[in-house]
Design a protein around this ligand. Structure first.
Ligand SMILES: [Zn+2]
Length: 217
């Protein structure tokens, strides 16, 4: 583990290496930000958006919080989505959960962690809504299933926001995806919920629920 004073040394070495291998890289970044992708992920240090997707500075617009939630009244998340869709015109928004998520496991097991219990309550709402589905899979698979279910519910929350409703009504081409990352193998899974219109939310939601439950049975 590096010490804090190592971070500036790492930064200078990285900037020098980038400029050596890609002369003019930083100069072109100053000109504009035009990412095609927005990532809504967990704050967990093991799930860094750029590194696991091979994207460079300038290529992905990122919002992260505990357990990758998109709460209807969260102005932080909604403002970030609005900027990404209206100003940057991103083409893809990925909601990305990860297996072994501390927030999801705390929600599943009713573990008290402090103030964050109130945030995690949103995941417990997902757990309680899908209790019959969670009970269809073995107990040791319920954590992974709740990660998937939480992603699917947050995809819906993005899709029903005024930002997405208005963008799609105006014919803007932007797709919202649900993915999950395996900290144990470094691989991303597509949960099969990619939504490109308000009309298709309900059908894709039901299909995605069936798929993730079937995969855990
Ligand atoms: Zn997490």
């Amino acid at each position: 583990m590096p010490d804090i004073q190592d971070l500036f040394a790492h930064n200078r070495a990285w900037a020098a290496e980038m400029e050596r291998t890609r002369p003019g890289f930083f100069g072109s970044l100053v000109q504009q930000q035009k990412p095609k992708f927005m990532w809504i992920g967990c704050s967990d240090s093991r799930v860094p958006a750029n590194q696991i997707t091979g994207l460079e500075p300038g290529e992905v617009f990122v919002h992260r919080n505990v357990a990758n939630l998109v709460v209807h009244s969260d102005l932080n998340a909604l403002s970030t989505i609005q900027f990404a869709v209206d100003m940057l015109k991103v083409e893809h928004i990925m909601v990305v959960g990860h297996y072994g998520c501390g927030g999801v496991m705390a929600a599943l097991n009713d573990t008290r962690v402090g103030l964050a219990d109130n945030w995690i309550r949103h995941i417990q709402d997902v757990r309680d809504r899908h209790k019959p589905l969670l009970e269809q899979v073995p107990a040791d698979k319920r954590g992974d299933l709740l990660v998937d279910l939480n992603v699917i519910e947050q995809v819906v929350n993005v899709c029903v926001s005024t930002v997405m409703t208005d963008a799609w009504a105006e014919g803007q081409r932007v797709t919202v995806h649900g993915w999950a990352f395996g900290v144990h193998d470094g691989l991303l899974q597509d949960l099969g919920m990619s939504v490109s219109s308000t009309e298709s939310i309900d059908r894709l939601y039901r299909a995605a629920l069936d798929k993730v439950v079937a995969a855990r049975r």
